[in-house]
Design a protein around this ligand. Structure first.
Ligand SMILES: [Zn+2]
Length: 414
């Protein structure tokens, strides 16, 4: 009887001792928001970060994974992607350019994305039903100022100021407050700022930031836009696209850029298929003007071109000399804060367990821009694992699996 009792007791303590679902052991944790930069064990329980300690015993967890030699960072946050093509899509000219979010997020350490204006208010219910509510990646959206969104060619739908209905827009925002994080104006090519002014008006009405996504400043002044129209917290994406004169004749970041930054304007990379050039990025970065956030402008053309994926865009910024921990800041807490979700992009006890485990290879690597230009790098970030709300959703080197001989045979061999 005594023996039976002690057996029960042992089982109970063993179960009780396993207070965590998963512990990542011996990784180098980098969390810029909470100033963590060193080796820590990270425990996860019920989808949240449960402990960050110098050492957590393996007996405390149901599952233990050794990530020695790897970096453990907050799950990456990409605030400029295109993961929806609207019902009104009929003549974009390039076909359907949107990408399934999970396919590009999960294997790349990305746990949060914000779609940048693929949908306007007209297609938003469809976007929500088909994509946002059925994607494992946490997906937010900037809603397009144009009702039809990026419905067809840039030259048609998004030039239509008569489809900028602020009443319909604000109604859709109220119905989708949990996922809409901003207003987007894109591809505006007219010699005025009507789309930006309307987006700012909508932003004021709904208390949301605006993201401006275009690079046509030959017929209007970029300086005027960021100095007088955009508000603190608004985001200028495609910061390293060529046309706007961001550099002084001596090749230094223009004083008006520094003024706008002091005023609170945020500058986002938005690499895309036509918006990243080292001829601009290198002198800006070397002149101390780092981007606030690193994003992909993900779509079929950019993913199959020189953008490739978010880690590759981070590699380019790293190759320009931005320190690794700063690159992580620009890919986690900074973009999360820009979209009004400062609770994301960090590894803190109680926060959601969205984590990227990254390897940094050292060697000789090349990184290309959109003009065929190249920068050599000595480091390359390679995603090893992605944890989304406490679940391992990507595991490049099968760290969470066991030798198959020890596993349970799941499929009958015939
Ligand atoms: Zn875009």
């Amino acid at each position: 009887m005594l023996r039976l009792l002690s057996f029960v007791f042992l089982c109970a303590t063993a179960v009780q001792a396993q207070q965590y679902d998963l512990v990542l052991h011996h990784g180098h944790v980098i969390d810029p928001k909470n100033n963590i930069d060193g080796e820590r064990d990270v425990a996860i329980h019920a989808g949240k970060i449960a402990a960050i300690e110098s050492s957590i015993p393996a007996s405390a967890a149901k599952h233990n994974v050794d990530v020695a030699g790897l970096y453990v960072t907050p799950g990456l946050v990409d605030i400029h992607v295109h993961v929806f093509t609207g019902l009104r899509h009929d003549a974009w000219g390039n076909g359907d350019l949107s990408v399934p979010a999970d396919v590009m997020a999960t294997p790349n350490g990305v746990t949060t994305m914000a779609d940048a204006g693929s949908s306007g208010w007209r297609d938003f219910p469809e976007f929500r039903r088909r994509v946002i509510d059925n994607t494992k990646t946490r997906l937010f959206a900037f809603i397009n100022i144009v009702g039809a969104g990026m419905a067809n060619s840039d030259d048609v739908a998004e030039q239509n100021e008569h489809d900028m209905d602020l009443d319909a827009l604000s109604k859709t925002i109220e119905q989708n407050r949990d996922v809409i994080v901003g207003i987007k104006t894109a591809h505006w090519q007219q010699p005025n700022f009507i789309s930006v002014q309307k987006a700012v008006a909508a932003g004021n009405r709904s208390h949301l930031p605006v993201m401006v996504d275009f690079g046509w400043f030959d017929n209007k002044s970029y300086e005027t836009m960021i100095a007088t129209i955009l508000r603190p917290g608004d985001i200028s994406t495609h910061v390293f696209r060529m046309p706007a004169p961001l550099l002084t004749p001596e090749g230094k970041p223009a004083p008006y850029m520094l003024d706008a930054r002091r005023r609170g304007i945020k500058f986002d990379v938005g690499h895309g298929g036509g918006s990243f050039n080292f001829a601009l990025a290198e002198p800006m970065v070397k002149g101390g003007f780092f981007p606030d956030s690193i994003s992909t402008d993900l779509h079929v053309d950019s993913a199959t071109g020189v953008m490739i994926n978010l880690p590759n865009v981070m590699n380019k910024i790293l190759a320009l000399g931005v320190p690794f921990s700063e690159v992580i800041r620009e890919s986690t807490t900074n973009p999360a804060t820009e979209i009004g979700h400062p609770e994301l992009g960090q590894i803190a006890v109680g926060s959601v367990a969205d984590i990227a485990v990254l390897r940094v290879d050292h060697g000789h690597f090349g990184y290309a821009d959109l003009a065929g230009g190249k920068v050599d790098g000595t480091e390359r970030i390679v995603p090893e694992m992605t944890v989304r709300a406490g679940k391992v959703v990507f595991d490049l080197n099968a760290r969470t699996a066991v030798p198959w001989q020890q596993g349970h045979l799941k499929y009958a061999v015939r």
